[in-house]
Structures are given as C-alpha cells and as structure tokens.
Write a protein that binds this ligand. Structure first.
Ligand code: GLC
Length: 557
C-alpha cells in the first residue's frame, strides 16, 4: 500500500470534486497490457499520462473487482479485491499512487444494491435453510400458489423477465437486475456494516471518491405481503412517485444509509467524495447529494435530452437550482457505459427509438455521422462551460460513435438474452478504445479485442488525432486547459437573445467573464462580440454556424 495515501494534489482542497472533470474508464475496454483480450489495471496505469495530458482532474474506474462478468463487472464477487483477469491489489495500489503522482484523483465504483451469485455470502445463503441468518442478507421468499411455484410478487428485472429466481429448495430470491445479481437486504445490519468496511478499505488505500451504483435502490419495502406494482418498471425519472412510496426505488429510508456513509467518508483527510447513480427526478435526486450524504448525484437529464436549446436550458436551470438548494454541486453527463454514445444519438432524428435503431444494426434510420460529430463537439464544449463537475466517458474525446452493428454472437450485455433478443443492450458503447491507427486491435492490446472494432476506429484513434489541428482529441485538450484557467464560481448568468425555443441559441457567462455560446439551429446566427478563445467547429465571417459552440472573452473582461 502507498505510504502516503493522500494525493499530491493540484489544489488539495476538500472540495476538489465540486467542479472537477472526471473521466470514466471502463477497465476491460480501455487498454489490455497483458494481451489476454481484456483491458486491465496496468493498462490504466500505463495510460494515466494520456489522461493527465487530456487535462482531466480525476479518473473513475467502473468495477474491476472479481466477477464472472455476467453484467460487465457490476456483479461483484468480492468488493475488496481485484479480478485476477484484470490484475492484483498491488496493481491497484500502483495505479492509485501513479495517478496521485500525476495530480489525478481516483474514484472507484461501489455496487451496494446486489452482489454477484458467486459472492461468499450468496453461496452461504444457498447452502443455508430458509429463514436462516445467511438468507436474511438477501431477499429470499416463498413463492405463491399451493406449491409456491409462482414468484412472490410481480416485480420485474430491469434487464427484462421476472425479478425472482427459484432455488432448488423452492424459495425464490430477488434480483432487480440479472439473475447473477441477487439483491442485498439493506435492513440487515451486517450488510450495512460490511459496506462501511469496503469504503474504509479503498479509502485507506488512497482512493479519493466513490461512485455509488443504483443508489436509489437499496431501501425496499419488503413487508408482507409484498406489494405488486403491475409488472412493469416505472420510468424512474418520470413515473416514480415523488413521495418515496414506491416499494423498490427512491424510498426515504435510503438516506439514512448514506448519512452513515458520509460519517465514514468524512473521517478521512481530505474527506472522500461520492456521487450517486440515482435515476430519479431532479427534485428527488438532489436529496442524495446533500452535504451530509453523498455530496453529488449524477444528473442524466442532458444525456436523455434531444439536441434542443429549449430542453438544454430547462435542464441546466433545474439542475443548478436544485443543486444550490441542497448545497451540492451540479453534475453533467452526456455519455457513459449504459447509453448510446452521444455522437450517435445526435446523428439520429429527434425521437428515434434507440433500441429499434440498434436492432436494425444502426441502419434504420441511417445516422448522419457528420451532424452527429458536430453536435457532439458543440454539446461537449457547452457541458464543459457549465459550473459544477463534468463526467466524461472514455472515447468521447475521440468522437467515437456507437458501434451499432455488433453481430448477435458477440453480444455480452445480459439485456440481450433477458429480453429474448428484443433489445441488443449496451455493448455498442463498450467496444475497446483505439489507441493506434493500425495494428492488433488498434493498440488496445495484442490479444485482440473482446468486442470487434469497426475499421473506422483507426482514423479515430488517439494516435491519428494527436497533434492534428481540429481533431476532437485536440478540441477536448484545449477546452480542458481553458476551463481550468477560466473556471469561476458555481453560478452562471444567461445572456438572452430571445426565447431559446425560437432563437435556438444558448449564451451563458461565468463569473470570470468567460462566455459560451451554442447555436442549436441548422442556420448561421450572429457571432456575439468578443475575443474567440475556442470553437467546436469552423466559424463564419461574424457568424456562428449551425451546431457549433464558441467560447469568448468579451471585450473588457
Ligand atoms: C448501474 C450500472 C449498470 C449496471 C447496473 C446494475 O446502472 O451503471 O452498468 O448494469 O447498475 O449494477
């Protein structure tokens, strides 16, 4: 373990995370140093200088713990170890130490809603009789009907199919995700205690923060009789009740858990940060981000918004005021490992059913990739101009599109099988990163890539874009450099050009005088006066072309 787990930080303040840029690494798709076809921890360490040069503040790693990869590592066998396929604990220590040397913070994923079915606790539960303490760490119930052959409730798995699986002695266990991901019972004190142990384990090793998976799912109403809800998953962001009354999601009791976590995280110097993945409405989401809880919660509203000035304006305002009310800092996300990459989303007509589009192999409708890239670059610059922290997903700095034509026989996302092949799932945004123009798996590793990369990845590789004027990689580097220089307080001021729905322009000013203007329309608009600092695409003579963001320093600022 490193002797001094405190980061040799850039501005080692306790608030480093409030306006940080955090880069998400999906470890098995990032860089495969040992050539077994899967990315690994040493691969991450090797590429930390690339991330430092990119200009991010922190790296967040999706799970790298021992796992059968039934859900890409979100099925965890042991929270306090490293998957031997990805490395060792010593490799993790080296990675953390190297990140700190380079001035980068490290955030790790914690998956508290469920373990994997290979976790020691679940094996113990299966070997133990109904009603035993080992079963009480999970959610085991008798089935319905005279022989108990019907599931205990109509709850559905988020990945399709029933949320219950029967075990040989006749009982059923709950899994809101894949059957390999049994839900934990958070009313059990041992479960609570064990996660505090996990938070300490990684904090002691020098980890700076935690990303909390399915934070809105831990507290459940498991009182008998279990409450049916109609066999359909509510759309969590729009249809969950706002009063904490759903049996499975966003219950008020969940906040007690995070208050306990905060006490542990605040026991470190600097306090460890945390961000909730809570797919709930803005007014509820910020509750997870209160200072005595996690501090931040992902705001996914922009990620699910169409390319629209009006929509972006509404979501930005809502997120900033909700964050301010709670004393949290706002967060912004356009892509992650669970959604179609934003370049491809913006290449499609608004309202496209993305599942149907993926089923068509990415052909129906045909994406306009040039428009997609233009908008993606403009959106990323707008995101980086906002107060609060920005979460970037690996490969977006290269402008990678979704790989929508993956053949069925390579798909690994459990969604594919669990929906009876109705949904292809999330593999298309998890294709290994291209580092070089040519060569085995475009420099991902010598052992090939676990998902096939399209030929177009060569020209999108980091090597092809490095030093190339106008490349997306150079745009991100320049934007991150400027952001660091120009960063102001956590407020923004809108400069109105008229109603966004009509003008299709969003123009904002930060407290340092730095301005960002985005033209969402398909026609040129006048370029506001000022010194141009950076633009997401070519500018016209005194005009800001369609789908373009420009950063300006107004005269006198
Ligand atoms: C979160 C993760 C997702 C995973 C799910 C179950 O939503 O982001 O990848 O499948 O939780 O752990």
């Amino acid at each position: 373990m490193p002797e001094n787990p405190r980061p040799a930080a850039r501005g080692a303040s306790a608030d480093w995370w409030r306006q940080a840029v955090v880069y998400q690494v999906y470890p098995r798709s990032f860089r495969d140093l040992d050539g077994d076809g899967l990315g690994d921890i040493r691969g991450v360490t090797e590429r930390l200088p690339y991330l430092q040069r990119l200009g991010v503040d922190a790296v967040w790693l999706s799970p790298f713990y021992p796992s059968a990869l039934a859900d890409g590592g979100y099925d965890v066998d042991d929270y306090r170890d490293v998957d031997p396929k990805l490395g060792t604990l010593a490799h993790a220590d080296e990675m953390i130490a190297r990140a700190h040397e380079l001035g980068l913070r490290v955030v790790v994923d914690v998956v508290p809603n469920h373990t994997s079915d290979r976790h020691a606790w679940f094996r113990e539960a299966l070997a133990a009789p109904p009603g035993s303490p080992a079963r009480d760490r999970y959610v085991f119930r008798d089935g319905k009907g005279p022989d108990g052959s019907r599931p205990p409730s109509d709850w559905m798995s988020h990945f399709g199919g029933p949320a219950w699986t029967r075990v040989p002695d006749g009982q059923w266990y709950l899994h809101l995700f894949a059957r390999e991901q049994p839900d934990l019972n958070w009313a059990n004190p041992e479960v609570r205690e064990d996660f505090l142990h996990t938070l300490r384990f990684w904090s002691d090793r020098g980890v700076d923060g935690f990303r909390v998976d399915v934070a809105h799912g831990l507290a459940k109403d498991l009182g008998e009789p279990l409450r049916d809800y109609g066999g359909v998953h509510p759309d969590p962001m729009t249809q969950l009740p706002l009063d904490g009354s759903h049996p499975l999601f966003d219950r008020d009791e969940v906040h007690e858990i995070f208050r306990e976590w905060r006490k542990v995280l605040d026991g470190y110097d600097p306090p460890r940060s945390a961000v909730a993945e809570a797919w709930v409405a803005t007014s509820r989401r910020v509750l997870y981000a209160r200072p005595d809880e996690l501090g931040q919660a992902f705001n996914f509203e922009l990620m699910v918004s169409p390319w629209s000035a009006e929509q972006f304006r509404v979501e930005i305002d809502a997120a900033l005021s909700a964050a301010a009310v709670c004393g949290a800092s706002a967060t912004w996300v356009l892509s992650n490992h669970d959604v179609v990459r934003h370049r491809s989303r913006y290449a499609l007509p608004a309202g496209t059913d993305l599942d149907a589009w993926l089923r068509s192999g990415g052909t129906q409708p045909a994406p306009d990739d040039e428009v997609g890239l233009r908008r993606a670059r403009a959106a990323s610059m707008l995101l980086l101009a906002l107060p609060g922290s920005a979460y970037l997903y690996q490969g977006e700095e290269l402008g990678l599109p979704e790989v929508a034509d993956l053949p069925a026989d390579v798909l690994q996302d459990p969604i594919w099988e669990r929906t009876g092949h109705a949904q292809k799932g999330r593999d298309g945004c998890r294709v290994p990163i291209p580092w070089t123009r040519e060569g085995a798996s475009f420099g991902f590793g010598d052992g090939g890539a676990w998902l096939p990369q399209p030929a177009s990845f060569g020209e999108l590789s980091a090597e092809a874009q490095d030093g190339t004027p106008g490349s997306t990689l150079e745009l991100y580097r320049a934007a991150l450099r400027l952001r660091r220089e120009l960063q102001g307080d956590e407020t923004l001021q809108w400069i109105d050009h008229g109603i966004p729905a009509t003008t299709h322009v969003l123009h904002l000013r930060r407290s340092t005088g730095w301005e960002s203007v985005t033209n969402f329309s398909d026609a040129d608009v006048d370029l506001p006066a000022g010194e141009v600092l950076l633009a997401s695409g070519p500018l016209g003579e005194g005009t800001l072309p369609a789908d373009t963001t420009v950063w300006l320093r107004p005269a006198g600022a």
